[in-house]
Design a protein around this ligand. Structure first.
Ligand SMILES: [Zn+2]
Length: 109
């Protein structure tokens, strides 16, 4: 019983599966191949993916509002001063930038 192995068959570059050589940890699987670990890993991937999507969207908002600010500023000096529009664009731009900063400040690196 001492040479018990993990149930998982791992694929090798020879296209032939071989049994994982680690010792079982729980339910006949080693810690790395246990379904619990696999589910946790998938959850981590999903979280990282969601974060990346949020950052992309936030970055898109920043550039969209930056354009709006520039447009409003151009209108402003070209004789169509719409203070409220400019203010709105600037505020939205600041909020978008802050949202992006907040998202990025959570990074460890
Ligand atoms: Zn294993």
């Amino acid at each position: 019983m001492s040479d018990e192995r993990c149930k998982k068959t791992v694929t090798t570059d020879t296209f032939r599966g071989r049994k994982c050589s680690r010792k079982p940890w729980k339910d006949g699987y080693c810690k790395q191949h246990h379904p619990e670990t696999a589910a946790k890993k998938q959850e981590e991937y999903r979280k990282r993916f969601d974060e990346r999507m949020l950052k992309l969207r936030a970055a898109g908002d920043v550039s969209k509002w930056r354009t709006a600010v520039v447009e409003a500023a151009c209108n402003f000096i070209e004789g169509e001063p719409q203070v409220l529009l400019l203010k709105h664009a600037v505020n939205a731009y600041r909020a978008a930038q802050k949202a992006l900063d907040d998202l990025c400040s959570g990074d460890s690196q």
